[in-house]
Design a binder for this molecule. Structure first.
Ligand SMILES: C[S@@+](CC[C@H](N)C(=O)[O-])C[C@H]1O[C@@H](n2cnc3c(N)ncnc32)[C@H](O)[C@@H]1O
Length: 134
């Protein structure tokens, strides 16, 4: 059941034959025609924007890029591949983490990318540290 859902989601996100119209509209109006299908995503990010992000973050070999709310991690995997940085993706959706993990494997990036289920919610009850605290 879960595997079925994951397969369907993978086909949908990657714009396989069953969704050619959606994929075409997305390329024309959101991601841009130059966005590689293997990194497809549901964000509105473009390749020039990802290049800017990569350059501003100054990530590269020996550095780690962390994507909080990585989803299926198309944009983050693209940045990691282009820059040589390691990637850690975090998402509270186990399905998204599974999709990101299998996408990294398909791209030959399993050794470069790790995806974990988790949340980046701030714990409001955590006591604030004061100067002099250990
Ligand atoms: C719009 S998707 C973006 C995915 C990816 N960053 C991209 O650009 O394709 C937002 C993702 O954030 C995750 N998310 C939202 N709130 C979160 C939280 N508090 N902790 C962890 N993940 C969260 C969702 O599960 C979803 O996969």
């Amino acid at each position: 059941m879960e595997q079925n859902l994951v397969s369907r989601l993978r086909r949908r996100v990657r714009g396989d034959a069953e969704e050619p119209t959606l994929r075409r509209l997305w390329r024309e109006h959101a991601s841009g025609a130059d966005f590689p299908d293997e990194f497809a995503n549901i964000s509105f990010v473009t390749i020039p924007q990802l290049k800017l992000i990569a350059s501003e973050l100054r990530v590269g070999p020996g550095k780690t890029l962390v994507d909080l709310g990585c989803g299926m991690a198309g944009p983050a995997l693209w940045v990691a591949r282009e820059t040589g940085a390691r990637l850690v993706g975090v998402d509270f959706s186990a399905v998204a983490v599974g999709l990101a993990t299998s996408r990294a494997a398909d791209l030959g990036m399993s050794g470069q990318a790790l995806f974990v289920t988790g949340t980046f919610a701030i714990r409001a009850s955590r006591p604030r540290r004061r100067r002099g605290d250990e």
